[in-house]
Design a binder for this molecule. Structure first.
Ligand code: HEC
Length: 298
């Protein structure tokens, strides 16, 4: 069973009194460094193993790659899955994707376009990544490209940003998530995202894990809760609920904001440091899960 404490490694050694005071003295000088220390790559690999194993044991009939379908992958959703598959025979996101691909190639004021900016960049399955002193997200690189080519930046919550991210990701559907977490910077963000994911917040005092780990597969007001494994691999998504306000495609950060609001916590801005950290953590937990973009969600 995964609990919030599984990543706090309890110290089982019994210490002699002398050793304790020695340790305390050493800790007093070493504390600031220890607090800042990022988890090692070995610790992260062990986190991935435990995290994935938890869901694979809890839902033994759901293979790793099926988690790309979000809640639709879970046995508790089996009855509704048929309706979802029927809907996908004429995917509601088709017209959004036509607009997305056009915009991906449309000339920007400088004459360049987004497609050209992304030549030579890593595949979407390697995002977020650290390079040249900076952590790169897809939405961040899109905005950099727009700025460099004389266009205005887009809000990461907007349907337009969601369409552009989907235009970049969709040709890579089926490829597995593979984040390079060797840099100190990515490991620091990982640590921050992991903390955010497991910490309780809002009027309901719920952590992301309370719903998407401990209660994955259970019902919440008529919704079945998805497993955190696979989170982000289907995003940007076309959501029937979002389509009601005329803005059907949404980014992962828009979904994060919605989940914050659900528990009575203040939603953060798209591309805020916390949401980027959360994206890093979730992307790493999904190592080996294939992406499926765009996708359809309720
Ligand atoms: C009170 C329960 C609750 C909490 C807490 C919660 N969510 Fe959700 N979340 C939902 C519901 C309901 C949905 C829609 C059904 C589903 O996919 O689980 C959802 C959907 C999602 C999705 C979309 C999954 C997909 O593939 O469509 C992501 C990603 C997500 N949540 C991440 C988070 C993160 C990160 C946090 C913590 C900041 C969080 N959630 C906190 C209830 C919750």
């Amino acid at each position: 069973m995964i609990t919030k404490s599984w990543w706090f490694k309890p110290c089982r050694t019994t210490l002699h009194r002398f050793q304790i005071s020695f340790f305390l003295a050493a800790a007093a000088t070493a504390l600031p460094v220890n607090l800042l220390a990022a988890p090692s790559t070995g610790e992260i690999r062990e986190d991935i193993r435990q995290f994935q194993q938890f869901f694979l044991s809890r839902f033994p009939d759901v293979p790793l790659e099926a988690y790309q379908d979000g809640v639709n992958a879970l046995p508790q959703y089996a009855q509704r899955r048929l309706g979802w598959e029927l809907l996908l025979e004429f995917p509601p996101y088709e017209s959004e994707m036509i607009a997305a691909r056009d915009q991906w190639q449309a000339p920007l004021p400088s004459g360049g376009n987004l497609e050209r900016c992304f030549v030579g960049k890593p595949p979407p399955t390697a995002y977020p990544y650290f390079f040249n002193g900076e952590t790169h997200t897809i939405a961040g690189d899109i905005n950099n490209c727009l700025l460099e080519n004389g266009a205005g930046v887009l809000d990461g919550m907007s349907g337009e940003m969601a369409r552009l991210v989907a235009a970049f990701k969709s040709p890579w559907s089926g490829q597995v998530m593979d984040i390079d977490f060797r840099s100190e910077e990515i490991r620091q963000l990982y640590k921050k995202g992991r903390q955010y994911f497991w910490a309780k917040r809002g009027q309901m005092n719920f952590s992301c894990a309370n719903c998407h780990v401990h209660n994955a597969g259970n019902q919440l007001r008529g919704d079945v809760l998805s497993a955190a494994l696979g989170h982000s691999t289907g995003y940007p998504a076309y959501s029937t609920t979002w389509s009601l306000d005329g803005n059907a495609m949404g980014t992962l950060h828009r979904r994060y904001a919605q989940c914050n609001a659900l528990v009575g916590a203040a939603p953060l801005a798209a591309q805020s440091e916390e949401y980027i950290a959360l994206e890093v953590y979730q992307a790493i937990m999904n190592s080996g899960v294939p992406i499926k973009v765009p996708s359809q969600r309720q």
